[in-house]
Design a protein around this ligand. Structure first.
Ligand SMILES: Cc1ncc(COP(=O)(O)O)c(C=O)c1O
Length: 340
């Protein structure tokens, strides 16, 4: 099956297994795992942040990111399509006692004007705005990217109002490749950023929260409290480092394939998409004749797997283990679909 459901379905390559196998390990809760320590230093440097903490998942990276910037009864300004809002089980309420303030951005991207309008006054009865959370790329937005100028403006705005800016950079790697923005430029425009190694980069497990020494020291404590302190995690850190050093440059190819599929889909009378919207590795399209399940069943019968993405929308996602032949097969499945 050609698995276009997600970029989280990749399997370690032989090179990655070898790197994992060779990794020196120790007890990371004692900060004695040389591979984890090396990864934290490597990725902090890449983003120009003072420190980083390796965490098991993007969800944990985001939730600890919010925790270190907030007090209970604080409010986080966020796009209504954000993963933090939709897909983290309302963890902000459970872990940090915070409230989310979802705004309707454009395909997951907020503007400075919107955020400015959403910052609350400091009356006793107002929720206390304390964080602006951006998702770059936006998953539910269809892999959309923030322009670095917008992020810079939002960071400035956040600073002016004494708010922190947290970036959910699960796919920041894709954003960097698609927009030609250096990772350090993103690092310079946020207080914390969580980045994932287990999406398009293809590591089996792992994310990292990056920020100042002070925030990451606190984050390390919350990681342990939440049960995310891992012991000989070096083998996972080695996979993550391998992914960054071997797969980052391949993302451009995923974007090319996504665009090609989007263009094909745009020519079908059964589906609707603006191919310009396929900015990175994610393709969101609407079914306008027939149903989502009919279309998915057809694709599956042609050995292509995609996922329903709410309403009449389907998502196809590319990663480095989808070949050009696989793409051709997906294109053929779209071209031959006749609505039954
Ligand atoms: C934008 C975004 N942020 C965070 C996450 C959470 O990552 P994880 O599944 O590792 O918790 C995801 C997962 O798909 C995501 O798409």
């Amino acid at each position: 099956m050609i698995d276009l459901r997600s970029d989280t379905v990749t399997r370690p390559t032989e090179g990655m297994w070898n790197a994992m196998n060779r990794a020196p390990v120790g007890d990371d809760v004692f900060r004695e795992d040389p591979s984890v320590n090396a990864l934290e230093e490597e990725i902090s440097l890449l983003f120009g942040k003072e420190a980083g903490v390796f965490v098991p998942s993007g969800t944990m990276g985001n939730q600890i990111g919010l925790k270190v910037h907030t007090q209970p009864a604080d409010e986080v300004i966020i796009d209504e399509l954000a993963h933090i809002y939709h897909s983290e089980g309302a963890a902000g309420g459970l872990i940090s006692g915070i409230q989310l303030r979802p705004l309707a951005g454009i395909r997951g991207v907020l503007s400075t004007g919107q955020v400015k309008d959403a910052v609350r006054s400091r009356n006793d009865w107002d929720p206390h705005s304390s964080v602006v959370a951006l998702e770059n790329t936006s998953n539910m937005g269809g892999g959309t990217c923030y322009g670095i100028e917008t992020i810079r403006d939002l960071y400035q705005l956040a600073g002016d109002y004494n708010l922190a800016l947290h970036m959910d950079g699960a796919r920041i790697w894709n954003a960097s490749v698609a927009t030609g923005t250096e990772l350090k430029e993103y690092g310079a425009c946020c207080d914390t950023i969580s980045v994932c190694f287990s999406k398009g980069l293809g590591a089996p497990v792992g994310s990292m929260l990056l920020g100042s020494e002070k925030k990451i020291k606190l984050a390390r404590r919350y990681r342990k409290i939440l049960g995310g302190g891992m012991r000989q995690a070096g083998m996972l850190a080695a996979a993550a480092s391998y992914a960054v050093n071997h797969h980052f440059e391949k993302l451009v190819d995923d974007h090319r394939k996504a665009k090609k599929l989007a263009e094909t889909i745009s020519e079908s009378v059964f589906f609707e998409i603006n191919p310009d919207d396929a900015e990175t590795n994610i393709v969101l399209f609407r079914v306008v004749r027939g149903t989502v399940s009919e279309a998915l069943d057809w694709f599956a019968s042609r050995n292509v797997s995609m996922i329903p993405f709410g309403g009449n929308t389907i998502r196809a996602t590319f990663h480095f283990q989808i070949t050009d032949n696989d793409l051709d097969q997906a294109i053929s499945a779209v071209e031959t679909y006749n609505g039954i």
